[in-house]
Design a protein around this ligand. Structure first.
Ligand code: 13P
Length: 250
């Protein structure tokens, strides 16, 4: 059976003390969520340490929102995969559309980041998804396919066994406009087919999360679909109550 995962991407929100409060709120409700759900919070780099401390013994995992392409050295402003792993992160979000769009991340950059993540024992949450123009031109299948072929196809079987994919249609992120459960299932099933073409039966084990205006009111319907294994949550992850309600949607 595939892992079920709900991850909160806090993006550039919360000050350190607020982040700790939010993490504590999430931990306080952990016992109301099925043990079968892996819960992850991804705070900004600046509060990873204090959030990890506040989540000790909570069974809530911590991830980072990005990592550097390089191992270490003269790269001003960058944070390495080794640093975030040393702080206690287990996961790292890579290839989020905001990074692709605003910071020019390409498959070339992401191949390096994926390598750094695996070298340090981190599980990447690799994001794919089309923008509105691509959806309207019905190019969403080919966009997701190439985002997978150019990066995920370079993984070894062992690395692929430790990967989470998040499908996030750009037009649904922060817009309040969610993909319907049917749209999500259609493309998740397609993504799994693309994974199967390279990795065979191991594709059945790879969790594929949905992200984009996922909230307590629509999570249950989206998560009920066969190929939707959880969510990557933005706005609704900033309130412990909402994030927990989404986690309980399973
Ligand atoms: P929203 O849930 O705010 O739409 O953001 C989704 C997202 O980008 C998570 O990574």
């Amino acid at each position: 059976m595939r892992k079920k995962i709900v991850a909160g991407n806090w993006k550039m929100n919360t000050l350190p003390a607020e982040g700790v409060e939010l993490a504590k709120g999430v931990a306080a409700g952990r016992n109301e969520v099925c043990d079968c759900v892996t819960m992850i919070v991804c705070p900004p780099f600046t509060h990873i340490h204090s959030v990890v401390e506040s989540l000790k013994r909570s069974n809530v995992e911590v991830g980072a929102q990005d990592c550097a392409t390089e191992v270490k050295g003269a790269y001003t402003g960058e944070v390495s995969a080794e640093m975030i792993a040393a702080l206690g992160c287990k996961y790292v979000i890579l290839g989020h559309s905001e990074r692709r769009q605003y910071y020019g991340e390409t498959s070339e950059t992401l191949n390096k980041k994926m390598s750094r993540a695996y070298e340090n024992g981190l599980t990447p949450i690799y994001c794919v998804g089309e923008n509105l123009e691509e959806r309207e031109a019905e190019r969403h299948f080919e966009v997701c396919k190439s985002q997978i072929e150019e990066v995920v196809y370079n993984l070894t079987e062992e690395q692929f066994g430790n990967l989470v994919i998040a499908y996030e249609p750009v037009w649904a992120i922060g817009t309040g406009k969610t993909a319907t459960a049917e749209q999500a299932e259609e493309i998740h099933a397609y993504i799994r087919e693309v994974l199967r073409a390279k990795f065979g039966a191991a594709a059945e084990e790879c969790p594929i999360l949905y992200g984009g205006s996922c909230k307590p009111s629509n999570a249950a319907e989206i998560f009920s679909k066969e190929n939707v294994d959880g969510g990557l949550i933005g706005g609704a992850a900033l309130k412990a109550e909402d994030f927990l309600a989404i986690c309980k949607a399973f």
